[in-house]
Ligand binder design. Structure first.
Ligand SMILES: Cc1cc2nc3c(=O)[nH]c(=O)nc-3n(C[C@H](O)[C@H](O)[C@H](O)COP(=O)(O)OP(=O)(O)OC[C@H]3O[C@@H](n4cnc5c(N)ncnc54)[C@H](O)[C@@H]3O)c2cc1C
Ligand SMILES: O=C(O)CCC(=O)C(=O)O
Length: 357
């Protein structure tokens, strides 16, 4: 995680109206961040969400949406664990509510399996998911190529239902939503006081972040309603994730590939790999192929920045670079971004009251 304490001097505003906040990006991170800002600042600021694309046309729509964290090497583990815990707690409460089905949030049990015992380390998140334990010999019989495994229950967000549910919550909280491609954050300086950058892989071009790179992922969404348990090969390449309406079969991890078109050879390879773990998938129907670019970075960029030109300033909060783990940590990073926005609002209010004296 990167922190930047470069907020001062605050922007002098003669008369402080409610600060105008723009959140750029309507994938999982933009929607959840805008919602958390609205929740922690009720009636204190106006919030507008601007995005070039909305569901179903974002990377977030392609994801399996499983809560299985990936590790960000540049972020301390205790911080990643806190993000995961906050996300798990938030979604667990939704899964236990009458909202669960509309929000597309459900519990799912299953297995992570390993060929080599040395790979089967206990992960840092084992005490946050439910019922984490080594697989029994009887369970392992299902996987003759694998010698070890972990059984647990976690949560899954079905996308796009979860994204649409977040959008609905935003509208209920008074957030304005507009389609707009932002070419340069500075173009927003006359309309907004604070800009929150949640543009995923788009940040590479928008703010020229060379540390951000795509990891291409191709998945299949199939109709196989008899598959109820998840199966994940411990190498992270092959997985079977049952959702409410379809099962996601994965996958690929192609570093620095920007290709959004599906590859037919890869589709066959994914299907064969998944069938070797769950042979009943041979009977799967309605196979749809999706490709997404994971916005990857050694750490999520959660950082304040002040842009300035000719004496004018624009406060910016960045929240992007969630790579392969956005669903697993999104509520935690939204919480942190909302906190950074509160600091910006406090700075603006401080400068306004000084200006009035
Ligand atoms: C195949 C695959 C499977 C995955 N499975 C999982 C999983 O099971 N669990 C998990 O935790 N994670 C998973 N992920 C990772 C997860 O999908 C990402 O971490 C997450 O979706 C990133 O969300 P985002 O909102 O940052 O990006 P996006 O969803 O890409 O959203 C970015 C938004 O910004 C907008 N935007 C970009 N540039 C601009 C601009 N200049 N002006 C205006 N708007 C702009 C876009 O239009 C879009 O609305 C998976 C990813 C892939 C590809
Ligand atoms: O890694 C997993 O098991 C979840 C899917 C995912 O995060 C991905 O494909 O990026």
């Amino acid at each position: 995680m990167e922190y930047c304490e470069c907020l001062s001097p605050p922007i002098p505003t003669p008369q402080m109206a409610a600060p105008r906040v723009a959140v750029v990006g309507a994938g999982l991170i933009g929607l959840s961040t805008a919602l958390r800002i609205a929740e922690v600042n009720p009636n204190c600021c106006s919030i507008t969400l601007l995005s070039e694309q909305f569901s179903p046309n974002t990377t977030s729509d392609v994801a399996a949406g499983m809560l299985i964290p990936h590790t960000y090497p540049g972020t301390p583990i205790h911080v990643q664990k806190q993000w995961f815990k906050e996300t798990f707690t938030y979604l667990f409460a939704i899964s236990n509510s009458a909202e669960a089905s509309e929000a597309g949030i459900h519990l799912v049990s299953g297995w992570q399996i390993f060929k080599n015992p040395s790979e089967a380390e206990v992960p840092f998140w084992s005490d946050i998911v439910l019922g984490f334990r080594p697989m029994s010999a009887a369970e392992l019989q299902k996987f003759p190529q694998h010698s070890h495994g972990q059984a647990f229950t976690t949560l899954k967000c079905d996308c796009p239902p979860y994204l649409l549910w977040l959008e609905k919550r935003l509208k209920a909280n008074g957030v304005q939503i507009h389609t707009r491609k932002v070419a340069d954050l500075w173009e927003l300086h006359s309309e907004y006081d604070i800009v929150v950058n949640c543009t995923g892989i788009g940040a590479r071009q928008l703010v020229g972040d060379q540390q951000l790179f795509p990891i291409r992922g191709q998945v299949l969404k199939v109709h196989a309603p008899w598959v109820k348990n998840f199966i994940r090969d411990g190498d992270g390449l092959t997985y079977i994730y049952p959702g409410i309406d379809s099962v996601t079969l994965g996958g690929t991890r192609e570093k620095e590939s920007w290709r959004l078109s599906p590859d037919p050879g890869t589709t066959k390879d994914i299907f064969d790999r998944c069938c070797s773990l769950e042979p009943s998938l041979q009977r799967a129907q309605d196979i749809r192929v999706k490709v997404g670019l994971r916005p990857s970075r050694s750490c999520v960029r959660l950082q304040r920045e002040v842009l300035s030109q000719g004496g004018a300033k624009l406060l910016v909060v960045h929240n992007y670079g969630h790579g392969a783990g956005g669903f697993s940590v999104h509520r935690g990073t939204a919480e942190e971004a909302a906190h950074l926005v509160q600091e910006c609002i406090a700075a603006l209010q401080g400068s306004s009251s000084r200006a009035k004296l």
